[in-house]
Design a protein around this ligand. Structure first.
Ligand SMILES: [Zn+2]
Length: 305
């Protein structure tokens, strides 16, 4: 974070990411603008006079937090190998309230799915698993005999690279193990001509446009037959128990996306950081109410000027 000593350095970096060849007005596409001295990190178009903040239309849109807090948070979220909780983020980034830290973390998670991401390709192990979740009233650090735990079904895919290495992954929450669901997962996540290795579950029979290798060897355990995807599942479960003290059902897909983002960039933290803020520059801004899936109480009021 030495590159970003203050908000001004952060704004310069965002400006550079957004307009690498110089300012372009988002409204009229004119290529000349002035950086305003009176308004922080804002350009005014020389042609139409529209003012554009460097954060406008990004996940940082309308933020009340200093830019540097965003950068610290993105850095932590991208580099913490086991993920980070809102409570940890609040402490480490010096954020005033838990709610602000939680919101910030969830906005960053939204930026973890690149809308333009490429399909997995080559040799791919695919399998299903279940993860446990806790309901709101469960004890955070429950011991033996928890009765309120639920199970969530997930499907996972991982590229197998030569030498037993694992490549990129995809993880999705699913509602059942039917052929429609599992073949749909494979079709959505993998490129045509890929080779799909499974444990031979009948739901995978008849995948279109892909070669299928069902590894059925008597009663041999799945983690022996499909070691790569089972390493992914094991890591995911460790994350759920360790950092989050159990996943919360409502946010499972967000956790899966975060895990996937980190896994796919585990060998280059620097690129994880820039991708995280860079992707954020292209996705829709999102407010607290959208994130928690409830109507905003402010929407019934007339819009402020
Ligand atoms: Zn303009």
């Amino acid at each position: 974070m030495a590159d970003f000593p203050d908000d001004s350095a952060c704004a310069d970096w965002l400006f550079q990411q957004r307009w690498p060849d110089g300012f372009v007005c988002p409204s009229c596409k004119h290529e000349k603008g002035w950086r305003l001295k009176t308004k922080a990190w804002t350009c005014e178009c020389c042609e139409c006079g529209k003012q554009t903040s460097v954060t406008a239309g990004t996940i940082l849109h309308g933020t009340h937090l200093p830019l540097r807090i965003w950068f610290i948070a993105a850095h932590l979220a991208a580099t913490h190998s086991n993920g980070i909780s809102a409570l940890q983020l609040q402490a480490k980034a010096g954020i005033g309230s838990y709610k602000a830290a939680w919101l910030l973390l969830h906005k960053l998670r939204k930026a973890m799915v690149n809308p333009d991401r490429a399909l997995l390709a080559g040799m791919i192990q695919v399998d299903e698993s279940t993860i446990t979740f806790r309901t709101k009233n469960d004890p955070v650090a429950g011991g033996q005999g928890r009765s309120h735990e639920g199970k969530i079904m997930i499907a996972g895919a991982v590229e197998c690279i030569k030498g037993g290495q694992s490549g990129r992954i995809r993880l999705t929450q699913i509602s059942d193990y039917t052929g429609e669901t599992l073949k749909g997962f494979v079709e959505q996540m993998t490129a045509g001509q890929s080779t799909i290795i499974t444990d031979g579950l009948s739901s995978y029979q008849g995948m279109e446009g892909r070669k299928h290798i069902p590894k059925v060897v008597g009663s041999m355990a799945a983690h022996v037959l499909l070691p790569s995807i089972h390493r992914v599942f094991a890591n995911l479960k460790t994350l759920g128990l360790g950092v989050y003290h159990g996943f919360r059902e409502k946010h499972v897909q967000a956790y899966l996306d975060e895990f996937t983002f980190r896994w796919n960039r585990r060998r280059s933290y620097r690129s994880a950081f820039t991708t995280l803020l860079g992707i954020g520059l292209r996705i829709e801004p999102m407010d607290y109410w959208t994130l928690i899936g409830r109507p905003s109480p402010n929407r019934t009021l007339p819009a402020a000027g």
